[in-house]
Structures are given as structure tokens and as C-alpha cells.
Ligand binder design. Structure first.
Ligand code: C2G
Length: 130
């Protein structure tokens, strides 16, 4: 059983997220997704989300590529998660290229090309001007 993990906010779930999750899932047999809590987003990423954490969890749990959803509440939990869930591959979009290379001592680290021309921020901006 090859297990993959990825982390993110996944606000305003869109096709860029779907493409990332699909490709991540294809790297193993099981995909664990760690979703940033509202507090983590606010305190650590200076991000306010439109969709509250509980709803973002439910949306991800409904995605065919996702097998398990866990909370992301700190930057430092990744090492613990990799050991606890026996992760073989850690995946992030390449906007994070190189940022998590220290995890290479624990598992494979893969950065996948982001989907162009879509982001939660762009969606917020587009809706704001309607
Ligand atoms: N993503 C993508 N293409 C896009 C938008 C996002 O491939 N057009 C990917 C990102 O690279 C990331 C994942 O989708 O791997 C989730 O994106 P965000 O919700 O923006 O995640 P982020 O806020 O970057 O949080 O500890 C890591 C952080 O929690 C990552």
C-alpha cells in the first residue's frame, strides 16, 4: 500500500485543486489530504478563507481522489504525519518547489506543475467585481 500526502487550504475548491489531487493519487494507492484549519490560515498564512474549515473538509471528502482528510494546524506536523500515516510520497504544487526538501529523509518529495489561470484568489477577485 503506497500512501501519498498533500497539504493545502483548498478554499473555493476548483479545477487546479482537482488536477493536483488526481495526480497525487496516481502516485500511490491512497491519498491523505491535510486541510489547513481556519486558525492556521489566519495565524500562519495570513489567509482568510471564504469557505469554513468544516465545509472544506466535507468537499474534499467527497472528492473521488481523496481517501482521508486530516487537519493541518501547524507547519511542523508534516514529519509526524509522514511517520504516523506511513507516507511514501509527499506532494505539493510547484509554487512550493524546494520548500519541503527536508522531508526527503523520510519519503519521496514531489512538486507538481500548478494548473495555469486558476486560483482561489482569482475567483474571489472575479466575484468581487460582479
Ligand atoms: N494548486 C495547483 N494549481 C492551482 C492552484 C493550486 O496545483 N491553480 C495546488 C497548490 O500548489 C497546492 C494545492 O493545490 O499544492 C492547494 O493549494 P492551496 O489551497 O492554495 O494551498 P496553500 O495555501 O498553498 O497551502 O503546508 C502547505 C500549505 O498548507 C499549502
Amino acid at each position: 500500500m503506497k500512501t501519498v500526502i498533500t497539504y493545502g487550504t483548498f478554499d473555493l475548491f476548483h479545477v487546479g485543486h482537482v488536477n493536483l489531487l488526481k495526480r497525487a493519487r496516481e502516485l500511490g494507492d491512497r491519498l491523505v489530504v491535510a486541510v489547513s484549519t481556519d486558525e492556521f490560515n489566519l495565524q500562519e498564512k495570513n489567509k482568510t478563507t471564504i469557505v469554513p474549515y468544516e465545509h472544506r473538509v466535507k468537499v474534499l471528502e467527497s472528492c473521488r481522489y481523496v481517501d482521508l482528510v486530516i487537519p493541518e494546524s501547524s507547519w511542523s506536523q508534516k514529519e509526524r504525519d509522514i511517520l504516523e500515516y506511513q507516507i511514501d510520497t509527499f506532494v505539493m504544487g510547484d509554487d512550493w518547489e524546494g520548500k519541503f526538501d527536508e522531508l526527503k529523509t523520510l519519503c519521496n518529495v514531489v512538486y507538481l506543475p500548478r494548473t495555469k489561470n486558476i486560483s482561489s484568489t482569482a475567483i474571489k477577485q472575479a466575484v468581487a467585481v460582479i
